[in-house]
Design a protein around this ligand. Structure first.
Ligand code: PLP
Length: 416
């Protein structure tokens, strides 16, 4: 009996349909403040949910290992051309399934097992894929880490340069998951050249800001740039590698067949839609607002006596040291969850608490800004956060705040 291709999800799988309905309501009713999250547009989701999911297209446009690729070639060529324009890159590979895959491809292209890499310490704001012992990057390579200065909590470029001089890494990795300040990619690029190391800038978090000119771009300063497409860039979940034309071959070979098989053509089509959206002038306004909102939120929390790591923010996120108020990151995350505010606990530099407890919470503004919230709204959100954290064990207070959150979010409809 043929599968009923045209049944709706509700008919075909009511349990999954219900879970999606519930998730839509959760997104709509709550305040989504995880710094790495955003809301993709309906157009992006339409492409991601399209028939291009069916297609095998190993290889690259015009040189595939499968027939029938003429239309997915159109999608991939558009994605490449738009990403090049958006970031000013000479070469772009749009196939990585995720940010981790993009980084792995650069490692495969540039390193051999046992080589030395210099990456930012996870506990100072770096990412798992930059040399953590439980990640392939930490298992296959000799990892040296750099971090932030104890006083300023900002990247210590002099210390980084000294480590590079001493250890002579093959690859220096910069970019972060929980660092609220600008990263001086030009300086790190120079450090790399001075020790003949190649440099990878992982802009997963700040890609949208970079595309909009709201953070200095690493393009032209470093050898390789990787990113995810689903954070500030507001596209489908996925990854991207950019490099100079002279490195195009080693990157393309590393992505396929190096670390991946068939590309996700529906996601590549959705990336193309995302890049088109990001090339629109509105996107620059959006990214500016993301930053202004982060500043307004940080000021509100500071005024209430919370210590911000580095004292503030230059980008889309703030890292709040809640432990100075006698709360652990874990307790803060849970209290806020009960209040309908989704955040994540985070270690802060030189944290006295273990990672599963943490002394901080990380708060981002990309998703709320997509909903249309502005500085005044973020100040109000900041006050709700302060209220929820004023007594983390008071479930009644959190329920009260949850109602206020629900009231507020009704004014900023999602996927209407
Ligand atoms: N690089 C950085 C800096 C990240 O923050 C992340 C994800 O949070 C990644 C890489 C990994 O991306 P993905 O989850 O798509 O593998």
């Amino acid at each position: 009996m043929p599968l009923a291709l045209n049944r709706s999800l509700l008919e075909a799988d009511p349990e999954i349909a219900q879970a999606i309905t519930d998730e839509t309501r959760r997104l709509s009713d709550g305040l989504e403040m995880i710094a790495s999250e955003n809301y993709a547009s309906r157009a992006v989701m339409e492409a991601a949910g399209s028939v291009m999911t069916n297609k095998y297209a190993e290889g690259y446009p015009g040189r595939r290992y499968y027939g029938g690729c003429e239309f997915v070639d159109v999608a991939e060529r558009l994605a490449i051309e738009r990403a090049k324009r958006l970031f000013g890159a000479e070469h772009v590979n749009v196939q990585p399934h995720s940010g981790a895959q993009a980084n792995l491809a650069v490692f495969l292209a540039t390193l051999r097992p046992g080589d030395t890499i210099l990456g930012m310490d996870l506990s100072h704001g770096g990412h798992l894929t930059h040399g953590h012992p439980l990640n392939v990057s930490g298992m296959y390579f000799n990892v040296v880490t750099y971090g932030v200065d104890r006083e300023t909590e900002r990247l210590d470029y002099d210390a980084l340069a000294q480590l590079a001089e001493k250890h002579r890494p093959k690859l220096i990795i910069c970019g972060a998951s929980a660092y609220p300040r600008q990263i001086d990619f030009a300086r790190i690029g120079e450090i790399g050249r001075s020790v003949r190391a190649r440099v990878l800038a992982d802009i997963a978090h700040i890609a949208g800001l970079v595309a909009a000119g709201e953070h200095p771009s690493p393009i032209g300063c470093v050898d390789f740039v990787t990113t995810t497409t689903h954070k500030t860039l507001r596209g489908p979940r996925g990854g991207l590698v950019m490099c100079r034309a002279e490195d195009a071959k080693i990157i393309d070979r590393a992505v396929f067949p190096g670390v991946q098989g068939g590309p996700l053509m529906h996601i590549i089509a959705a990336k193309a839609v995302c890049f088109r959206e990001a090339l629109d002038a509105n996107f620059i306004e959006y990214q500016r607002q993301v930053r202004k909102n982060a500043v307004a939120l940080g000021e509100t929390l500071s005024e209430a006596g919370f210590r911000l790591v580095t004292g503030g923010t230059d980008n889309h996120l703030i890292l709040v040291d809640v432990f100075t108020k006698g709360i652990t990151g874990k307790a803060a995350e849970q209290a806020l969850e009960r209040a309908g505010i989704t955040v994540n606990k985070n270690t802060i530099p030189f944290d006295a608490n273990p990672p599963l407890i943490g002394s901080g919470i990380r708060l981002g503004t990309p998703a709320l800004t997509t909903r249309g919230m502005r500085e005044d709204d973020l100040r109000y959100v900041g006050k709700l956060i302060v209220e929820a954290l004023s007594d983390v064990d008071n479930a009644g207070r959190q329920e009260f705040i949850r109602r206020k959150v629900r009231e507020m979010t009704q004014d900023f409809p999602l996927y209407a």
